[in-house]
Design a protein around this ligand. Sequence first.
Ligand SMILES: [Fe+2]
Length: 488
Amino acid sequence: MRIKQLIKNLTNSRTSAEHQYDPKDFLYERKGPWPQPSPIHPWGESPAVIHLPWRETIDWWIWIGSRYLATLPMSLPYFVKGLIFPGLKAVSDEEFEDLLNYSMMSKFLTNKFDEKDKEVFKTYLEKEELDWYIVDLEAVKVVKTFEGIYASASKTLLHKVGERFIVKAIYIDDSEDVFEPKDGDAWQLAKYFMLQGGALCATLVVHPLLHFPFDSINAVSKTSLPKEHILFKLLSPHFRFTLPLENAVLNYKSSLLQEKWWMTYAPYPGGPSGLRDLLVEGYKGIKGNLSYPPFSYKMSSPKLEGRYGEYLRSYYQVIYEFVAEVLSEVEKGDFWISKWADYCNRYVNDFPDSSIIFEEDNLVKAVTTYLYTVTVAHAADHYNYGTLDKRQVPLRIRQQPPYKGIRMNPRSKLCNAVDLMKYYMADSLFFSPTTVTKLINAKYKFSEDYQKGAVIKFKEKLRIVDKELKDKGVDYMPLNKISASIQF
Ligand SMILES: [Fe+2]
């Protein structure tokens, strides 16, 4: 009995001794950043990382925060631009359809109709058997607009013919009515409200899911993986700037989400609480609405409709192959990866924990999703949104949502010069990408030859995919502008 106990003790002590690394083997000596419940919305938003190493905050201020400050004087020229070119621009039906087919708003396209969707478009769905799709912007309901500014939830019905989605009708929630092109001014207004909803849901419901849930992985990896571990070496070029950026967006009093009148860069139509609720809808989902499931860590290539989906899947595949090669010699049951997976699982919904991370290609998929999301998926969203004409895709509309027979005010009066200035400023500061470190220049501190070879192959394949996509006309963002991390 005593001998058995002695052997057991010896075995245990050897197991723990193997992992008694010196704190100096870790980036922040094991005192690095760590996720915690969001201070603003502990149960509705993803865990946040708010206690940051000074060196990360200073690095962010030097390269990014200072640019924000330097851009503030642009407010005046943008205001003048809003006076010279006032209000909104016309959006033809073809342009409108193109936006839903090809812009980042195509992310909303789905053929999953829930009960409310079926009810709203009953007459269409019963009359014709077509390949029906919907763009559901119900999330906009929570926005509490300022006086004189309007927004409405909406649902747009489309059907697919070949590769193209054809717009059939728009349902405007505030007026509880469905509009078609024959409705004249009401239709023109309905298009603006739908595009405004798309802009709100894109920037505050769907895009934030590429940011904030991934912060936990950033923090956990920096703090729990030894610097010499292969997984740390693979992930670390993709961490820079992100945590201070997220902290500024979520928690600074000067954040555009706070939306104060003096903020020349805060373009949204309503106050902070409604805007924050949009983030909650994205993360927690909307009950009964199939277009808004709760956030879940994806373990597959992106399933999106249209060209944008094709673009994203092409890059996902290249990143998957790179990750698979670099991690090919990781042993099943690797101690540090097991711990890392369990920590990530604690803070990120459906992240595979140590009991399944070594099954099949789960580890490669989990790491690919991180790498792909914080580089290509995130950057392409910004780049495409940046190219949209801000006078066609408004964030503020100064006329109430349409009803049948309404006369639309002159387009020049649908938003004012201050609205436009704020939108242009936000676009310049936050929406359009300003890349500091590029994916194509990412430096990995690998020591093995096969890993160094994998990096060379990876970059070659990135260049090939960039060219192939361009040749096909699936041209969303030039490779040399894709950032190595979330930095805008
Ligand atoms: Fe972003």
